[in-house]
Design a protein around this ligand. Structure first.
Ligand code: TNX
Length: 608
C-alpha cells in the first residue's frame, strides 16, 4: 500500500526539478505523528517569539541562531504578542515524554510545548517546516506530537587519527542538533595522537599530539609504506573543550569523552615511555592498524590515568566516560615478567582477566567520582565490570550478551554503523576508505533492537551510534562527505519507530529537502544515487525511466547510449522512454548537479 502510494507520488511529481509543495512535511527524523491542517503561517520580520519560561527564553535564542544562519535575520523576543507569534512554552501543564514536544501551526501562529529539550526539538522541526517561496517564508498548518524512540542517538568522531579543530566540531554539532542527535562521543586519544590538554602532563600536548609523518594511500597500497613527510596533529585546550561542551549542551547534545586504555596508547608512550612494557623507544606512529604497544599494569600507570581522568571529569559533565578497551593485543603482557607477576599475585587466569582487572580498577575510580564507564565490546572478554555500559561494534553479539547480563548497551555494529566505510562498491567513483561497504539504505534499515532479546532485555538497549573513524579522513571536506548523508539516515534510526520508517519516502521525498538545507549551510556531503524507477509503458510497449534526485532542485544529465554523462549530455526533464520495444538492454548513465553546483560521480543503471 505504502509502496503504491509512493509510486503514485512519483508519477505525479516525478521530475528532477523536485518542486517542493508548500504544504509538504519533509521533517527528518520523521515525527511520531503529524496531521496536516489547512492554510499556512507566514513568518515575516514582524513575527515575534514569545518565550514562556526561563528555558523557553534560552531556546528562543537558539531559534534565532539557527534561523539567522538560514535566512539572515532574527525575530524579536517578546512577552506579550498574541498574534503573529511563535510561542515557546516550557512551563508545562501536560507531562510529555523525555525530549518530546507538541508543535501546532495554524495560519495565526505557532505553538511549541515541551521541556527545554522538547521545545528545542520542536524548534528544529519548525525550522525544517519553513518553505521559502520567493521572498516569503511559510509554514504549513500542522499538528505534531513527537518523541524519540531511543534516548541515545549518537555520533563518534575520531580526532586521534586526524585532528579536526573546534570550528569543525561545532559545524558538525549544528547539524546533529538539526537531526535531533543528542550524543557526541569524542574519541580524544589514539595511537597516532593525543588531543586534550592535561595540565599535569604537558608532554601529552607537546609530544603526543604530533606526528612527523603519515602514510599515503591505503594501508595495503605500498609495501613498505610511503610517508608524506608532513608534520601533523593538534589538540584542544581545556578551555576549548569546555566551550565545546557548552556549545553542545545549548543544542541538547551531551559530550562523552573517550580516553583509550589499555591499548591504542602509543602516542602517550612516546612522551611517557615508563608507562609501557619496556618495548620502547616509542614514537607517535604515522601508520594505522592495531598496534601492539599497550600500557603496563603498574601503579604509575594507574596514577597517570587517574590524574588524567580527574582533569577529564572536571571538564565533561556527562555521567559517562568512555575508556576504550578495544583491540588490545596481549603479546606485551604475555612476555612481560612484571605483567605476569600481577596476574599471579591477583589470582587471575590470563591476560584477558588482567584486562578486566585493569578496567575494573578504572571503573571503581570513575564510580567513586560519580561517573559511569562505557567501553567497546572487548571489555566483555575477561568478565565484565559490574556497572559498565557496552558499546557493541563487532556486530551485535557483544551487545546481545551484555544486555542478557543486564548491562546497558549502545548499538554501533560495524555492519550498519561504520560510516568510515565506503558509500558505494565501485572504488572508481568513491574516495579512499578503510574497506567495507556501507550504503545509505543499510544504515537506514538498521533496527537497534535485536530479535534475539526479549522485550524486557531490549530495555537495556539505550540507543544507537554511528562511528566516524578517520584514518583516511584528513580534511574537513572529506569528513563531511563521509558523515552525510549517512548521519541523516542514522537520525531516523534513533528517533523514528521502526514500523513508521520507509526508505523510499526517506530517500525520495524527505532527504531532498534536508540535503538542500545541508548544502545551503555550506556542509559537504556525498550526493546520493537518484532513485531510478523503471516501469512498462502500456501505450508504447517500451520502458519508461523516471529519475528522482535525492537533492531538491538539482539537475540530472544523462545518456542511454553507453557514453559518459556530463553537463554536455541530455538534461533530464521528465521520464525517458527507451527507444525499442523488444527485450534489448541499455545502460542509463547520469550525474546529479545540485542547486549549489556540486556534481556527483557518474552513476549507472542497467535497464532491462
Ligand atoms: C576498529 S571500532 C577500531 C578503530 C578503527 C576502526 C576502523 C574500534 C573500537 N576500533 O580503532 O579506527 O576499526 O574501521
Amino acid at each position: 500500500m505504502k509502496k503504491n502510494f509512493f509510486l503514485l507520488f512519483l508519477i505525479l511529481f516525478g521530475s528532477t526539478a523536485f518542486a517542493q509543495q508548500a504544504d509538504e512535511i519533509t521533517i527528518i527524523p520523521k515525527p511520531a505523528s503529524a496531521e496536516k491542517g489547512t492554510g499556512v503561517f507566514v513568518i515575516s520580520k514582524r513575527t515575534s517569539i514569545v518565550a514562556k519560561g526561563a528555558d523557553a527564553e534560552k531556546v528562543a535564542g537558539m531559534f534565532n541562531y539557527f534561523f539567522n544562519k538560514k535566512y539572515g535575520f532574527t525575530l524579536k523576543i517578546n512577552n506579550s504578542a498574541l498574534t503573529d507569534a511563535i510561542v515557546l512554552n516550557t512551563m508545562l501543564r501536560i507531562k510529555l515524554p523525555e525530549e518530546g514536544y507538541q508543535l501546532k501551526v495554524t495560519s495565526k501562529g505557532v505553538n511549541i510545548v515541551g521541556d527545554r529539550s522538547g521545545v528545542f526539538y520542536g524548534v528544529q522541526s519548525l525550522l525544517q517546516l519553513i518553505h521559502e517561496t520567493g521572498a516569503q517564508l511559510s509554514v504549513p498548518a500542522v499538528n505534531i506530537n513527537d518523541q524519540p524512540s531511543f534516548a541515545y542517538r549518537g555520533i563518534m568522531l575520531d580526532v586521534g587519527r586526524h585532528f579536526f579543530d573546534a570550528n569543525e566540531v561545532k559545524k558538525i554539532l549544528d547539524v546533529m542538533a538539526y537531526l535531533k542527535l543528542n550524543k557526541f562521543h569524542w574519541h580524544l586519544t589514539d595511537d597516532q595522537g593525543w588531543r586534550l590538554e592535561i595540565k599535569k602532563y604537558p608532554k601529552l600536548t607537546a609530544i603526543s599530539a604530533w606526528r612527523d609523518s603519515s602514510i599515503i594511500g591505503g594501508y595495503g597500497d605500498f609495501s613498505p609504506f610511503i610517508y608524506d613527510g608532513k608534520k601533523s596533529g593538534g589538540f584542544y585546550t581545556q578551555e576549548q573543550a569546555r566551550e565545546i561542551v557548552k556549545y553542545a549542551a545549548d543544542r541538547n547534545i551531551e559530550v562523552i569523552p573517550e580516553i583509550e586504555m589499555p591499548g591504542h596508547c602509543t602516542a602517550v608512550l612516546a612522551a611517557y615511555p615508563e608507562l609501557g612494557n619496556g618495548t620502547g623507544p616509542y614514537k607517535v606512529p604515522g601508520y594505522w592498524g592495531v598496534h601492539n604497544t599497550i600500557y603496563n599494569p603498574g601503579e604509575p600507570t594507574f596514577k597517570f590515568l587517574e590524574d588524567v581522568l580527574t582533569e577529564v571529569i572536571a571538564i565533561f559533565p556527562s555521567k559517562y566516560i568512555h575508556i576504550g578497551g578495544d583491540e588490545v593485543p596481549k603479546d606485551e603482557w604475555k612476555s612481560s615478567a612484571f605483567a605476569q607477576k600481577i596476574i599471579h599475585d591477583n589470582n587471575l587466569k590470563d591476560e584477558h582477566e588482567l584486562q578486566s582487572w585493569f578496567i575494573n580498577r578504572i571503573e571503581k575510580f570513575l564510580n567513586k567520582n560519580g561517573k559511569n564507564l562505557i567501553g567497546w565490546d572487548e571489555i566483555l572478554e575477561g568478565g565484565l565490570t559490574p556497572n559498565a555500559t557496552v558499546m557493541s561494534w563487532r556486530g551485535e553479539a557483544g551487545g546481545i550478551q551484555a544486555a542478557k547480563e543486564g548491562h546497558n548497551v549502545i548499538m554501533s555494529p560495524n555492519s550498519n554503523m561504520y560510516i568510515d566505510h565506503a558509500q558505494a562498491k565501485d572504488s572508481k567513483t568513491e574516495p579512499l576508505a578503510i574497506g567495507g561497504f556501507l550504503p545509505l539504505n543499510v544504515v537506514y534499515n538498521y533496527n537497534p533492537l535485536p530479535a534475539a532479546l526479549t522485550p524486557e532485555q531490549q530495555k537495556s538497549i539505550l540507543g544507537v551510534q554511528a562511528n566516524m573513524w578517520t584514518e583516511y579522513v584528513p580534511t574537513n571536506n572529506k569528513l563531511e562527505y563521509m558523515i552525510f548523508p549517512r548521519a541523516i539516515a542514522l537520525a531516523e534510526v534513533g528517533w523514528t519507530k521502526t514500523e513508521s520508517k520507509n526508505y523510499d519516502d526517506f530517500v525520495g521525498r524527505r532527504l531532498p529537502a534536508v540535503l538542500k538545507d545541508i548544502e545551503k549551510a555550506g556542509i559537504n556531503y556525498r550526493i546520493p544515487e537518484a532513485n531510478v524507477v523503471i516501469a512498462d509503458d502500456a501505450q508504447t510497449g517500451r520502458k519508461k525511466i523516471t529519475i528522482i534526485s535525492s537533492v531538491a532542485q538539482s539537475k540530472i544529465y544523462y545518456t542511454i547510449d553507453g557514453h559518459k554523462a556530463d553537463n554536455t549530455t541530455d538534461l533530464y526533464s521528465g521520464s525517458i522512454l527507451t527507444p525499442f520495444t523488444n527485450g534489448r538492454q541499455l545502460t542509463l548513465k547520469y550525474i546529479v548537479v545540485t542547486p549549489g553546483n556540486r556534481t556527483s560521480s557518474e552513476f549507472s543503471v542497467d535497464i532491462k
